[in-house]
Design a protein around this ligand. Sequence first.
Ligand code: ATP
Ligand code: MG
Length: 575
Amino acid sequence: MRWSTAYIPTLKESPADAEVISHKLLVRAGMVRKLTSGLYTYLPLGVKAINNVAKVVREEMDRAGFQELLMPMVQPADLWKETGRWEFYGKELLRFKDRNERDYCLGPTHEEVITDLVRGEVKSYRQLPVRLYQVQSKFRDERRPRFGLMRGREFVMKDAYSFDADDKGADSSYQAMRDAYVRIFTRLGLKFRPVEADSGSIGGNFSHEFMVLADTGEDTIAACTACQYAANVERAAVTWQGTVCTASCPPWQAIDTPSAHTVEEVCAQLGVPATSLIKTMLFDVDGEAVAVLVRGDREVNDVKLKNHMHATQINLASPEQVKAWTQAPVGFAGPVGLAVKYIFADNELQGATDYVTGANKGDTHLLHVSLPRDVQVSAYGDFRTITLADPCPRCGGRIETPKGIEVGHIFKLGTKYSEAMKATYLDVNGKEQTMIMGCYGIGVSRVVASAIEQNNDAGGIIFPPSIAPFSVVLLNLDPKKEEVSAQADALYAALQDTGLSVLLDDRDERPGVKFKDADLIGCPMQLVLGGKGLARGIVECKNRKTGEKGELPLADFASAFAAWQQQVLADWVVE
Ligand code: ATP
Ligand code: MG
């Protein structure tokens, strides 16, 4: 591609709404433009990067024995009603009616559509397994679209589905995907980690997220420094090592705490540490009022609560609900005399005695609360989020909590959808059996953003070679000089002949502009040709990742370039 005729609208300034570096750079490098919240137009460079990711994904899916298909983005409500998700999916599902007043939605995922397809076609064990995937735009009306391509409303996803006759088959489909994902993210040059993920009400150890490690990640990983254990903190189990407290304390007593709503404010007023407080968090769990108690310095883990209750919908109680349930303003909820359906408490509060809690009365707290004496706790359990001070649940080692961006999620679904939608087959004995499913997603457009989060500098993007829109950018510094342009054109042709994608900057611009733009768009290899170099018989080269510069002789360009290219690629090998 010649830059003079290309559409690559680079910008000096970042957009005002961009918080993370990938969003800023995607816009500045002329790769995307915002249409409206969560909706982006992928400009030519953006499309190239996305297609490059999709290419690697497709190759590895095919290699794993999955076949590509393409399902409609628009889905009929009837299928979603069969699985119950029409009701439960919530506001992320964009629903609308057609001209005949029939309900439809834009596909956020395709379990229903694919299960409908397979149940109609597959009748015998001989036809199993079925392993299919697609690469397609998904729509989710996210509550907080942000960070550019990281959390869009419309985004490109690869979604794959497997249907197996039995558990053993389902496990091997899962393993095939797990291996394929490791190959994909390795080939894409990303530093990533597969982590155990929450598998919700389905249970079992059959869900892994693939996290790209980056400080801007929205997810936190609990990773052991001693063993291989890594899990999303949503899921990481807290091993309780303490003993049940058997101490006693004076009767509880109310104390004025004017305007003290938060743990910090209460601690400051009463002069006690957060470890002396019990925090009472209220949730609406499938329409029931539920309280969870944790120590003042801990965080309630709502995923653990959801799983404990086998719940479908869980939300932090709204201010109105808090007022209705506690008869008090927000910030003063406490377990003593609290009339809710369940009061759960974290393991470490077993026997908890002499704690400060809310009083269910404005501007008031209680001193000397003893859980065994004063509160009817429904159950103790693991209800809090792991901290750095907790041991690895597998080996007891020290854990770290790096941030990650979820780029992929693989899931053994079991029979959740096949049972609801009656996707059955006849086994070898002619007996009807339910198919075992798996689903496997990759956020293709999010991968592009994650690669930028991991690889950038003050100059701009540093694309891994497998994602870069162009492998080489060739700067012609003197496009007005005929001999320089003739040589640049010759190099451009020669490079393309080797199968590389090349961007020739033949614009009538100052060298400074060209250098800046080349760094900004992040192609891994830069070649610079000007009148002076030509006179000396060389073209300059720069490795975008390391910044290393060199000179390639024009006389022996092909082999000198090939050797340099090997070095550049070697710098991208991820251990
Ligand atoms: P998240 O927890 O980030 O909302 P999810 O668990 O809802 O993601 P999945 O249903 O597992 O996502 O979708 C598969 C993949 O699609 C995710 O691993 C992620 O890479 C990508 N993805 C999900 N939502 C978005 C989004 N709003 N924008 C871009 N990519 C997304
Ligand atoms: Mg997920």
